[in-house]
Design a protein around this ligand. Structure first.
Ligand SMILES: C[S@@+](CC[C@H](N)C(=O)[O-])C[C@H]1O[C@@H](n2cnc3c(N)ncnc32)[C@H](O)[C@@H]1O
Length: 277
């Protein structure tokens, strides 16, 4: 079953211990952590915190709003939104490892009253109809084959007029993807679709598109900058904080392949906001 394989991809380590050690090594053992402190570790998508800030600004969430973060991962985006907009965020994620790690980091950030995480599938959200004002997802739909099911569930749990912010990888026209990628080591659990298919699936689920940006070239430039900075850095071990702490030493290869897929037009990135009918 593909969901079990997706869970395997994101790992079964005790990330609480690993994160505590990495944060201590970064000199953050006793600090009340901010989203900026944690950004290298917990923003698991292209362009990291900058992409989250940009999408948040486009959304302009009202204080007190209830937000659901679908595929919340290590929780960086949810903690940023709660801090910046004074909203409450419920993160849901398939990976128990990531849900535990996100809960730990929320405690370390003093945000446990504003953000919380449940282990669940995006295809079967454990909440009543019309529970949330805002839905949010970044770099998750590529792991989900049933796009109609995903968008149908988001539509169900949003209130009428609620907005859904999306930042996802799409299929390009340049040929098949190089693997491993950050979301999948093989094509077996990778379900990218074209931007057109993504937009049609959203509209068929009852959403009206209010923002639709192709962010691919911005992402290509960001990967090139990253590569340049790495080449200029003195040889030595990787920085103590990074996505390799959660994903392992080969994360650099995963990330490099995403950069190459974007550059070669095999993948693209869409930033969108849609509104529930
Ligand atoms: C690349 S990470 C992105 C995490 C987070 N959105 C971020 O941008 O920092 C993808 C996340 O999607 C989650 N995921 C994949 N398929 C899922 C599903 N069917 N239901 C819920 N979460 C899912 C994974 O467990 C993983 O945490």
């Amino acid at each position: 079953m593909s969901e079990a394989k997706v869970i395997d991809h994101y790992g079964h380590n005790d990330l609480r211990e690993k994160f505590a050690a990495a944060l201590a090594a970064a000199g953050l053992a006793d600090k009340r952590l901010t989203p900026a402190d944690l950004a290298p570790l917990d923003q698991f998508h292209t362009r990291g915190m900058a992409a989250t800030i940009e999408l948040g600004e486009a959304l302009a969430i009202t204080p007190g709003a209830s937000v659901i973060d679908i595929g919340s991962g290590l929780g960086g985006p949810s903690r940023y939104l709660a801090t910046k907009f004074d909203c409450t965020v419920k993160g849901i994620d398939l990976s128990p490892t990531f849900v535990n790690a996100a809960t730990y980091l929320a405690e370390r950030a003093g945000l446990a009253s504003k953000v919380s995480y449940d282990c669940a599938s995006a295809l079967s959200l454990p909440y009543p109809d019309q529970s949330f004002d805002i839905a949010w997802t970044q770099h998750v739909a590529m792991n989900i084959a049933d796009r109609a099911g995903l968008y149908g569930e988001v539509h169900r749990v949003l209130k009428p007029g609620g907005r859904f912010a999306i930042y996802d990888v799409v299929q390009g026209t340049g040929g098949p993807l190089h693997f491993p990628c950050p979301w999948s080591r093989t094509p077996e659990t990778s379900f990218v679709v074209t931007p057109e298919a993504m937009r049609s699936a959203l509209e068929a689920a009852g959403f009206k598109v209010t923002l639709w940006n192709d962010n691919t070239q911005v992402a290509v430039a960001w990967f090139a900058e990253q590569q340049k900075a790495r080449a200029a850095a003195p040889a030595g071990p990787p920085p103590v904080l990074g996505l390799h702490v959660a994903m392992g030493a080969d994360f650099g290869t995963f990330s490099g392949n995403l950069g190459r897929n974007l550059k070669e037009g095999r993948a693209g990135i869409i930033q969108a906001i849609v509104e529930r009918s």
